[in-house]
Design a protein around this ligand. Structure first.
Ligand SMILES: C[S@@+](CC[C@H](N)C(=O)[O-])C[C@H]1O[C@@H](n2cnc3c(N)ncnc32)[C@H](O)[C@@H]1O
Length: 308
């Protein structure tokens, strides 16, 4: 089992500071404040920056407050979802943002606190809620039908045998109940011979993404952040799995395009204009040294866009 660390290690922090530390305005939003590692680096790097930190998880707000409160009124903390970034930014009174950071997923303390139920490495009640998500993982498994569970596992975890795994979970639920992370892991192991940690991780990821509606949040958050930014403002997104990265890549590619009419139309009817440019196309990856020091960085992909 991983030993809990004091604070989450911010991933690709130098790259984030390079991209957001000198944006053409003072107001930066950290839409996924977590333990405030990226926020701290930005506030230290550029003493003109004022930062609005948003997190849907109350414990993240508490932890980052401890780390960042010495910056005084240069930082504001809001417990909320980044899909509501426009309203939250307006209420902050900081004006119009010049940079927005999304560092997606869960933080190390969230994973390491067994009682949150995010991890299969420790037995705990199946919860997995971030903030005010409507239903816990346990509640979801208690009421879900086979077809829906198989869909969630396939769509949100790209689980290789979703039907088999869904059947094993439902069988265990109906016989003895699935109330803990350990029981969920056992059901998955029953379904997948030679089950690896990566297989378990995909099942846990699928259920977490579904109950927290993470992909809808991401689509809404990206779109609202782009609407909010000043011209030449920058969005930076760090994602940790292909579902998130695909959404970010498609969103940026779509917003970078001019005309989106079907090719057979001789004259443009859509009037769509490019809204961003991408400073680099291929996602940045953490250095090998960073991955050696922080294993949780290994799957990170960083993409950025500059508003036109
Ligand atoms: C990887 S951590 C961020 C770590 C942070 N960059 C740091 O340096 O400590 C991701 C954070 O995003 C938060 N989060 C996830 N989805 C969110 C959403 N839709 N709105 C706001 N916060 C969200 C999680 O609660 C978690 O604290």
């Amino acid at each position: 089992m991983n030993r809990p660390i004091e604070f989450h290690h911010p991933v690709m922090c130098n790259e984030v500071v390079d991209l957001l530390g000198n944006v053409p305005g003072d107001f930066v939003i950290d839409a996924t404040l977590g333990d405030g590692g990226h926020a701290e680096a930005l506030l230290e790097y550029n003493s003109n920056i004022v930062l609005l930190g948003i997190d849907r998880d109350a414990s993240a707000i508490e932890r980052s407050y401890k780390r960042l409160s010495h910056f005084g009124d240069r930082v504001k903390f809001v417990e909320g979802r980044f899909a509501n970034i426009a309203e939250i930014a307006m209420e902050s009174g900081f004006g119009v943002p010049a940079g927005v950071l999304f560092d997606l997923g869960v933080s190390s303390p969230q994973i390491d606190e067994p009682e949150r139920g995010f991890s299969f490495s420790a037995s705990a009640p199946l919860d997995m809620r971030m903030g005010e998500a409507k239903i816990s993982a346990r509640g979801f498994i208690e009421s879900v039908e086979f077809g829906e569970l198989a869909r969630v596992l396939r769509e949100f975890g790209e689980v290789s045998h979703p039907g088999r795994v869904a059947r094993a979970i439902i069988e265990m639920r109906d016989k003895t109940g699935v109330e803990t992370t350990e029981e969920l892991a056992k059901a998955v192991k029953n379904a997948i011979p030679n089950c690896r940690n990566a297989d378990l991780a995909r099942v846990f990821q699928a259920i977490r993404i579904f109950i927290n509606d993470e992909l809808t949040e991401l689509r809404r958050g990206l779109s609202a952040a782009l609407d909010e930014l000043i011209p030449d403002g920058v969005i930076v997104v760090i994602s940790y799995h292909s579902l998130e990265d695909r959404i970010v890549k498609r969103f940026f590619a779509g917003e970078e395009k001019g005309c989106i009419c079907p090719p057979e139309l001789p004259v443009c009817r859509c009037g769509h204009l490019p809204r961003i440019r991408r400073p680099f196309r291929k996602p940045m990856r953490p250095s090998e040294e960073e991955i050696r020091e922080n294993n949780r960085a290994r799957s990170a992909k960083l993409r950025a866009a500059v508003k036109i």
